[in-house]
Design a protein around this ligand. Structure first.
Ligand code: PLP
Length: 379
């Protein structure tokens, strides 16, 4: 590798092409073949979900969730503003209205104490987003959903291999969604999964994913022909993607352990920065086992983030920030509404900086990032 320290470096286990060759040899390239089935079983075994279904993306899985919950025009969906666009867009496609609620100071996750105040007669669902693979306060969120008869869709795009009180993220709400995009921990280029936890939703989930037909039942020999049953679309990936993903799932534990080690190295090195008040490090509550999806710091007020990014870049270190909060983006203003103030969202999104983290980043590279951060923060 050259002297650049990229922000992300997709990790390949080495077996991806081998499994793709096997799929090629099998001559079975459409979705739901042997590799897809292996991935489904793995996800069901390792998350404890009722049914796992591979999708072409987490975005697709969220769109399936909105279809499955039968979201109607005007239905309100409670979610954070501090998230990726797909969390909201999937529901807006069905005419739903995202209701943006502020986030917690510590985890930057949906503030569960603000959810009840946002509920109206139009509310249909709550969509907690497990930011950076650190769980939302799911016990409280599930209790609220039960009390008000709401559905819970966990956006666990960043949460593969992370847990809340030992339960896999994505397996706690009625539905959960994973992403296998190349920027996530376990990857397939583009890819995702819908975890169906509520047993009543399983058979419709299969139908919605297969263009609104009961083709899955037909393949299992449960019906003698397949027909159009419901509104649906094509959400499944082909076997080449599933073959690639299988190589990654086999190594998911090791990938997570390696990321955690690099994450911890940053965390130790930045402790002294935090103690003098120039930044704040991520906070992981005791009930959460995270997956080291990202390492971010929150720069203290008065520090110009762009200057820090520029200093890193002039040393060939590539850092990024996100998100532009949805409530202040053009489509968020048009399609959503806010509940209360979003002060924490606004403040955190302006001060957050994500540092390079990937499987294989060396100790030397991380030390260089820390050294340049020292220089950028004039320490
Ligand atoms: C990455 C991400 C998505 C989208 O995942 P895709 O697989 O790219 O569709 C959705 N929500 C969150 C929180 C994400 O981080």
């Amino acid at each position: 590798m050259n002297k650049d320290i990229p922000f992300n470096w997709p990790y390949m286990t080495g077996k991806e092409l081998y499994y793709i060759a096997e799929a090629h040899f099998n001559g079975r390239l459409a979705g739901d073949g042997p590799f897809t089935k292996r991935c489904h079983s793995w996800l069901e075994k390792h998350t404890g979900c009722n049914k796992a279904l591979l999708t072409h993306s987490c975005t697709g899985a969220l769109e399936m969730a909105a279809l499955l919950l039968d979201v109607q025009p005007g239905d309100e969906i409670i979610m954070p503003s501090y998230t990726f666009v797909s969390t909201a867009n999937a529901f807006v496609l069905r005419g739903g209205i995202p209701v943006f609620v502020d986030i917690r100071e510590d985890t930057l996750n949906l503030d569960e104490r603000l959810i009840e105040g946002a509920i109206t007669s139009k509310t249909r669902a709550i969509v907690p987003v497990h930011y950076a693979g650190v769980a939302c306060e799911m016990d409280t969120i599930m209790a609220i959903s039960k009390r008000y008869g709401l559905k819970v869709v966990e956006d666990a795009a960043q949460g593969v291999m992370a847990t809340y009180k030992t339960r896999a993220l994505g397996s706690i709400g009625d539905l959960g969604t994973y992403s296998f995009h190349e920027t996530k921990n376990v990857i397939a280029g583009e890819g995702g999964a819908l975890l169906v936890n509520h047993p009543d939703l399983v058979s419709r989930a299969e139908i919605i994913r297969e263009k609104g037909t009961d083709r899955s039942r037909f393949y299992r020999g449960e019906v003698d022909k397949y027909t159009w049953q419901e509104v649906g679309s094509s959400f499944l990936p082909g076997e080449l993607i599933a073959a690639f993903l299988w190589a990654q799932l086999e190594e998911a534990r090791r990938i997570t352990q390696e990321r955690l080690a690099s994450w911890q190295r940053y965390h130790d090195r930045f402790e002294s920065f935090e103690s003098i008040g120039v930044l704040r490090r991520p906070i992981v509550p005791e009930s959460c086992q995270h997956n080291a999806h990202m390492y971010y710091v929150l720069l203290a007020p008065g520090i110009n983030r762009q200057d820090v990014i520029d200093e890193l870049k002039s040393n060939l270190i590539y850092s990024v920030f996100h998100y532009v909060p949805l409530h202040s983006s053009p489509a968020g203003i048009r399609y959503g509404r806010t509940h209360g103030t979003l002060d924490v969202t606004d403040r955190k999104s302006e001060s957050l900086l994500r540092l390079p983290l990937w499987v294989g980043i060396s100790e030397d590279q991380q030390d260089k990032v820390v050294d340049v951060m020292k220089k950028a923060l004039k320490l």
